[in-house]
Design a protein around this ligand. Structure first.
Ligand code: GLN
Ligand code: ZN
Length: 654
């Protein structure tokens, strides 16, 4: 059975399984989890507010398979199921239920909004035993607030962290007895709330609609935030005092609520202490680095472009690199075996000394290089054995980053990630990868590709400071990567790959905000990569990206070569490149590395022939669709061998 598609929850790194609807889909209540959990808590004496994902978000986030039925057509079928759940919760004694409709912060058509209003009128009916809070988050609903206040919800929740401006309109339009839930404590980031401005916001709302109609809450679910700062023992005081994890955020909410009910005096010294943290952080030289800021001020246009256009660089690079047609390469990592993981762990624990560790890794790199030479790959990699994670590895070598011991957040299923914290100006104390790549290059005459993570991906997979625009932080990181790229070039490395798998993931929820995002994100990549000679070949790599709506931005990166995940969505994706007339070189993955299955020579050849119908022969590279770190050696050996053979057979034919 093919697994269902998994995708990111809005602009977070939390994934959900995409619902699929088939023609004549029927619905029934398949699980009583939400009711069982309500009862379980009630039996412990805790009255909870159950949370349901609303039907409109559920349907719009799902996909209709077979026939292109608009999924909202199922609203009539699904509304009775919701009614059933609500009435059972009410029977069990629930007083409030929260229904999340985050889809409301995206662009919806007038028809979709009408369908929303109609569905909720049916769903809420004229029961009034149970109170319903409509929750929205990750953006503004001010374009829809007029319609929403006409639906008989008992409360509406606003995310005032990602969209503070929507408060005024909401206060204008909301009518008694509807309540307003102010999401003013950031549920997605790890910074303390700035209490003084938050208290002002609360005050304003109290004056407009009265404290009885206000609810104070986090901006969104605390799922995206680590649990408890009290469990962190290694953070510097200057950083720690600025942080609040989920437990600490709950305290902030109680402080704000108390102030709303009883006035500022009731919360005593809390605002002053909080203000002191903010003042200290504005002055801290752990956070602010004059050299970095000076460098940011001195950026100029020429730092964002290679000196010659791609067509000219291509000729120069060809002369230097002597690569065959259909050059073969890999995405960077080779299997992260238990032995490799053990070596890294032993080094961390001090069981392996620095010298022993270096020696161990050198052997591993040599082995990987020999293998690639033996099977006849054209552009080799060192295999990334020294890296635990493609963002953490770089964060640990840069200033401005901190790491938690227990700051886990759920990514998908039972998998969690521990994002680094970017707390201050980012700078690079010294080269980060040069010695490893130089070593790998010393083992072979073939070109070894340097391997770095791009600025946007480092930003996207971290908790980012909020005291400056994300763009500034991205560009500071870009400058560090730029220095690394230049150092690699100086060390004699002629091909350097800067991975940006998270470029597409960072796009804002409203399309109108895309151009601004892509502008600074693309520039971050260009800043990182434009410091090299025209003869140095810059690669990038992206996976699981909707290339359809971002091909222009991808072209604007102006990477000499891009490798992409293509085997799952095959021809559709290439059509985008073909249609756009994508000028630079492309390596669409020729097999799916997420499965241990070994692709045959014939199969890869056929695929390459199809690709050649859409891409020029002189622009096509041959590579797997992503890094090989989760695979085992036996299948990697066979798959890559087949890949190289397929390319060489086809080359002969051409
Ligand atoms: N260079 C990385 C690797 O090969 C790229 C990983 C990714 O695309 N996410 O593992
Ligand atoms: Zn990838």
């Amino acid at each position: 059975v093919a697994p269902m598609e998994m995708t990111k929850w809005f602009n977070t790194n939390y994934h959900y399984i995409v619902p699929e609807f088939e023609a004549n889909q029927t619905f029934s209540l398949g699980s009583t989890k939400v009711i069982d959990e309500f009862i379980e808590a009630k039996n412990k004496g805790i009255l909870t507010r159950p949370v349901l994902l609303g039907p409109v978000s559920f349907l719009l986030l799902g996909k209709s398979k077979g026939g292109d039925t608009q999924s909202l057509h199922y609203l009539d079928d699904i509304a009775p199921i919701y009614r059933e759940v609500l009435s059972r919760l009410s029977q069990e004694g629930a007083q409030w239920v929260q229904i999340d409709e985050p889809i409301l912060v995206q662009d919806l058509t007038a028809d979709q909004i009408d369908a929303f209003a109609k569905a909720y009128r049916v769903l809420l009916g004229n029961q009034n035993a149970l109170k319903i809070c409509l929750a929205t988050y990750f953006g503004s609903i001010s374009d829809k607030i007029q319609q929403l206040v006409d639906i008989p919800f008992d409360a509406i929740h606003l995310d005032l962290v990602s969209a503070p401006d929507q408060l005024d309109e909401a206060l204008d339009y909301i009518r008694e007895p509807m309540m307003l839930s102010l999401g003013i404590v950031n549920g997605r980031n790890i910074w303390k709330t700035n209490l003084t401005p938050s208290l002002c916001t609360v005050d304003k709302a109290v004056q407009a609609i009265g404290k009885e109609r206000l609810i104070i809450s986090p901006s969104c679910s605390l799922l995206h935030c680590p649990i408890d700062l009290d469990r962190e023992e290694n953070l510097a005081t200057e950083i720690r005092e600025r942080l609040a994890f989920a437990k600490q955020k709950l305290h902030e909410i109680t402080v704000l609520q108390k102030a709303a009910e009883q006035g500022w005096n009731a919360v005593q010294d809390e605002p002053d202490e909080n203000q002191a943290v903010w003042t200290r952080s504005q002055e801290s030289d752990v956070i602010h680095n004059a050299t970095v800021q000076e460098r940011m001020r001195s950026l100029n246009e020429s730092m964002f472009s290679r000196s010659r256009p791609y067509s000219e660089r291509k000729v120069i690079q060809r002369e230097k690199l002597h690569l065959p047609e259909l050059p073969t390469t890999t995405i960077g990592s080779f299997p992260q075996t238990r032995d490799i993981q053990k070596a890294r762990a032993d080094y961390k624990k001090g069981v392996l000394s620095e010298v022993e560790y270096q020696f161990w890794m050198a052997e591993e790199i040599k082995k990987t290089i020999r293998f690639q030479e033996n099977i006849g790959l054209d552009v080799l990699v060192h295999g990334e054995p020294e890296r635990n994670d493609m963002v953490e590895y770089f964060g640990q070598m840069l200033n401005g980053f901190a790491f938690t011991q227990n700051g886990w957040v759920q990514s998908y299923g039972s998998r969690c990630v521990k994002p680094p914290i970017i707390y201050g100006d980012v700078s690079r104390p010294g080269p980060m990868t040069v010695e490893w790549i130089r070593l790998a290059q010393s083992f072979t005459d073939k070109p070894v590709k340097g391997m770095l993570t791009g600025p946007v991906t480092i930003l996207q997979w971290s908790f980012v400071r909020e005291d400056q625009p994300r763009k500034d932080t991205a560009w500071q990181i870009a400058l560090c990567i730029r220095d690394e790229v230049n150092d690699l070039e100086k060390a004699g490395i002629s091909i350097i790959q800067i991975d940006e798998p998270a470029l597409r993931e960072g796009v804002p929820l409203k399309q109108s905000e895309w151009p601004e995002y892509y502008d600074w994100a693309v520039k971050a990549f260009r800043l990182a990569t434009s410091g090299v000679e025209d003869s140095t070949q810059i690669h990038t790599h992206m996976c699981y990206c909707d290339f359809n709506d971002s091909i222009e931005a991808i072209a604007a990166l102006d990477a000499d070569v891009i490798s992409i995940e293509a085997s799952r969505s095959d021809s559709e994706l290439l059509k985008v490149f073909a249609h756009f007339n994508y000028p630079n070189d492309v390596g669409p993955g020729v097999y799916d590395i997420h499965s241990p299955r070994v692709p045959s020579v014939a199969e890869i050849k056929t695929l390459l022939q199809q690709m050649l119908k859409m891409l020029r022969c002189d622009q096509l590279w041959v590579n797997p669709d992503c890094g090989l770190k989760t695979r085992d050696w036996p299948e990697v050996e066979q798959s890559l061998k087949n890949m190289v053979d397929a390319a060489s057979e086809l080359r002969d034919k051409l």
